[in-house]
Design a protein around this ligand. Structure first.
Ligand code: SAH
Length: 255
């Protein structure tokens, strides 16, 4: 490690409710010299970045990245080599579908000190605010996180639908809005019960959170009718039924 280099903090911002930011994340954001961010942390948290920090917007969450991953990596390396302390702010948890692992690898290869600051992942918190515990003693003791791919131009999903259709636990699907129809069809084609409950939760834990509940066979139509947009988490499994009992929770913060 070079003594003249700054340090990079890979900081998870949680799903959007600013009160779900960790104390460590808050402290590091408040004292950062440089903050490298994308839009996923959401308005409330992005709006709380200090005036004094240099703020570099490296992308948007639904496709259309302003910078490629390798350009983002370069920015992190360059700023750290300038001796700056850098916060790389990422929605949810940096190591859950956030490409944080790749960024950390680059920093290690460049001899730059880094620290990971886990965040509350949307995989758990977003269903929770929608009244859906991802595990429940009476319905399932297993949960799997998968990516549904926002990119409809990708023909191959890389997912093993046969195994996923057989899986009896809860499926939590990231980035699955554009591919919702294909994904639900694949699950049914491989034998999953069309009546399996499904919820799509948009902008979870934020003031405009919206929950759409259906089944494997009708959720794609419902989502189309309601013009469901990213960022959204899709939950597949019996735990979705708890939404009717536990109800939706909204953030207590006025932002
Ligand atoms: N590292 C993040 C995930 C990054 S991938 C985490 O741990 O949460 C981006 C995807 O995360 C989005 O497409 C969406 O599926 C999900 N996501 C993140 N925040 C969300 C929110 N507030 N509401 C719904 N989905 C969200």
């Amino acid at each position: 490690m070079s003594g003249n280099y700054g340090k990079v903090y890979l900081v998870g911002s949680g799903p959007g409710d600013p009160e779900l930011l960790t104390l460590k994340a808050r402290r590091l954001i408040d004292s950062a010299e440089v903050i490298v961010f994308d839009q996923l942390p959401g308005k409330a948290i992005l709006g709380s970045m200090p005036e004094s920090a240099e703020k570099i917007d490296v992308g948007k969450y639904a496709g259309n990245h302003m910078m490629t991953q390798s350009e983002i990596n370069k920015v992190l390396v360059q700023k750290a080599k300038e001796g700056k302390n850098v916060v790389r702010l990422k929605g949810g948890d940096p190591y859950v579908f956030g490409r944080g692992g790749e960024e950390a690898e680059v920093l290690v290869a460049e001899g730059i000190e880094f620290e990971i600051v886990p965040g509350i992942t949307s995989a758990i918190a977003v269903p929770a605010y929608a009244g859906i515990p991802v595990t429940h003693r009476e319905s399932t003791s297993m949960v799997t996180f998968i990516t549904g791919h926002e990119d409809p131009t990708k023909e191959e999903s890389g997912l093993d639908w046969e195994t996923l259709a057989k899986f009896e636990g809860t499926l939590v699907v990231f980035m699955g809005v554009k591919m919702l129809r294909r994904n639900t069809e694949e699950l049914m084609k491989h034998g999953k019960n069309p009546k399996t409950p499904v919820a799509v939760i948009e902008r979870g834990t934020r003031p405009d959170q919206r929950v759409t509940v259906g089944t494997l066979e009708n959720i794609a139509n419902l989502a189309e009718e309601r013009k469901v947009k990213a960022p959204a988490i899709t939950v597949v499994g019996d735990v979705v039924n708890l939404h009717n009992i536990l109800g939706e929770q909204h953030t207590g913060t006025d932002f």
